[in-house]
Design a protein around this ligand. Structure first.
Ligand code: ADP
Length: 233
């Protein structure tokens, strides 16, 4: 990919740019550098899979890109904006506007139905349009028969597809997914990857971290992480 010279102020095409990022956790047993000298530029519209063994820093990387964990050193830009130069409230607005999240543990609200979970966090709309919009997404994800169910009445795969619908309904520029198929059987994992792939084909960008090989089939780019360092990108 062409990489034109530019200043730190970024009129960049990269949606994600990390520059010399390091993250140190202080523990009772001393300091742990979960990320070390991580530099990478990822253009828009990629489906990036960050792969590495447990403990190599994948979640730390994802949290840093999501504006949820300030690096100890280095800078993170998303869509040309220096994430940690913003105030907390600016960062919260930026995240709400631009980023959708999918987590391994789904994080659905147990007291709300599937469609209510999907529209959580969306601005209200007159005339009940939110439910129709949720139903459209749920139908695309093969869940039209589960719209009114509670999460406890769903299989793990259905729960994760609900979480994917919740991430995609706001049409974010970037979806961050942390081991999204970690609790799913291969068939359900495939459905989740397919849904993210479809979103990618339609112009969306995905950053997915995983220890497993399966996601690589769907990736447009694979970044390998080992002991907090990028060893291949
Ligand atoms: P991965 O997602 O690849 O399993 P993590 O980013 O969760 O890796 O963790 C990377 C390293 O940082 C591990 O050694 C982990 O134990 C350590 N770590 C992660 N979070 C914390 C924390 N909050 N406090 C202390 N150490 C942490």
């Amino acid at each position: 990919m062409e990489n034109k010279q530019r200043g730190a102020s970024q009129e960049a095409k990269e949606v994600i740019r990390l520059e010399n990022v390091g993250k140190e956790y202080l523990t009772k047993n001393g300091a742990v550098w979960a990320l070390n000298e991580v530099s990478v530029e990822i253009p828009a519209h990629e489906f990036v899979v960050v792969r590495g063994p447990s403990g190599c820093g994948k979640t730390t990387l994802l949290l840093a890109v999501g504006g949820m964990l300030r690096p100890s050193v280095g800078k993170v830009w998303v869509d040309g904006v220096d994430l940690y130069a913003m105030s907390i409230s600016e960062r919260a607005s930026f995240r709400a506007d631009k980023i959708g999240f999918v987590f391994q543990m789904f994080h659905l609200i147990p007291y709300l139905s599937v469609w209510e979970n999907v529209v959580m966090g969306l601005p209200s709309r007159k005339g009940g349009g939110l439910r129709a919009q949720a139903e459209e997404w749920l139908t695309r994800l093969g869940l039209s028969h589960r719209v009114g169910h509670k999460p406890s009445e769903l299989s793990a795969g259905e729960r994760q597809r609900t979480a994917v619908a919740r991430a995609l309904i706001k049409n974010p520029q970037l979806v961050l997914a942390d081991e999204p198929t970690g609790n799913l059987d291969p068939e359900n994992a495939h459905q989740v990857f397919q849904a993210l792939s479809e979103y990618h084909r339609q112009g969306g960008m995905v950053l997915l971290v995983t220890h497993g090989a399966e996601a690589e089939t769907y990736a447009s780019r694979v970044v390998r992480l080992q002991k907090g360092r990028i060893v291949e990108s």
